[in-house]
Design a protein around this ligand. Sequence first.
Ligand code: XUL
Length: 540
Amino acid sequence: MKELFLGLDCSTQSLTAIIINFNTGKVIYRNNINFDEELPHYHTQNGIIVLGDYKIIHSYPLMWIEALELLFTKFKIEKIPIYEIKAISGSAQQHGTVYLNNKFERILKNLQLDKALKSQLDPTFSRLTSPIWMDSSTSKQCDEIRDSLGGLRSTIELLGSNTFERFSGPQIRKYYQENLEGYNNTSIIHLVSSFMASILLGKNAPIDHGDGAGMNLMNIKTKQWDKRVLEVTAPNLQEKLPNLTAPYKIIGSLSDYFVSKFGFNEGTNLIAWSGDNPNSLIGVGVIEKGKVAISLGTSDTFFGYLQDLSLDFKGEGHVFGAPTGEYMSLICYKNGSLAREKIKNKFNLNWENFSEILNKTPSGNYGKIMLPYFFPEIVPQVLEPKVYRFGFDESDIEGNIRGIIEGQFLSMKLHSEWIEEKPKEIYATGGGSANEEILQILANIFNTRVHIFEITDSAALGAAFRAVKSYYDSKNEIKSWNEIVDKFINLQKSIVIEPDNRYLELYKDMVVLYKQYEEFILKKGSDPEITRLDFIKKYF
Ligand code: XUL
């Protein structure tokens, strides 16, 4: 008997599908639609469009829908047994907002089989583009909302995070302030996750607590929209937001359009979609204390499971809802894979050459330090992008390659110190986790063992796991998270990278040095050059 489950992931650069067979514990199918390559008529670069300056970053919701239809068409052409899929769930890049007019639900409920989704849904957008998580143009709105809520501490207590430029609330406020007509013509504002779920459901889908927590609109304790925050964000906002739901809720079944057009089974269950980070938490099996996941993708994220709510009052980290119903901690860096690629491409290298250089350069990089803000950074907050190099220059290939990787992980180590639970194991995922040399540096800087899996699409896999859990729970054949995760993750080949103790002291000193450089650059602290020279004397 085949019990198949589909997990989708609408990320910044692509749409991924993973189909798992729960009975055999195997991934039976994977496909990925790269937006730039397969939908070139949107002219995106890495899935995004830059509007005006580097702070305004959007994407096209219509492109995500076209990708979905293309993916399902491929299922049909490749004769994938989608009629055996019992349940579907999904994942999406977090924080991005989709603005729809009053035609949306009506058109969605009456989709015609002989027309493409794209042409039918085209008239339903009140805003053609969606601001996404890479946007950093809402500092003014962040300040206004935080001030109205009584400052940093009360904002974090209420929402689980400080106000952040990329979060949905400040983005909505900006739209309301800059385009009142557009705002008034908007009947519903979805997240990318709930928007994609709505398309499959044939009506407005709810937002789950995992992704909802990344909006600066949801009370982190009650997991309800917070009336006060809605009021200070934009007028009549409550009526423009979907409902909130627990992440494990079945929200209905797949709409007739998909059943009839592509051959899915009637009654295929749909589970609420969530953000890519909450999905990845489950997708790498981080469901207990002491385990931490690091995802090296378009964004680099550091996240862990939290049994109880624990907040970062410095305001750099976030608390989101976890797929299991509890909480998760998260820190997000914008200078992830695109920054690594900038260095790789600058020297015309491939990833193999990149790894070779990492292998032959010493830990500590002869005291060469990089603060890699190729793009505006979230943690620490850097609004004007600039790359700082100490002890080397732009032309030094080896210095730059080791410099960016050490810089990224030293920053992660430094800014994750607020999380009380120290990582005992790190689970690496995302495209960058395929590079063992990068992960060896991660293991050494954190002095922690790192696990890498064969399947790096943890967000889509996590969505498929969530579909499994909710489906069986609804039939009263309860499966524990451990059972689901063990079945797939333990069957996967995993590589374990042990930290090299020889560099323990070196990296302890280097984190301190790195912190001094951040303070020097970002907070006008004193120049730590003498400490850097002492570091070089001590280790080289
Ligand atoms: C998390 C974040 C990013 C996006 C990328 O807060 O902004 O990780 O979810 O997909």
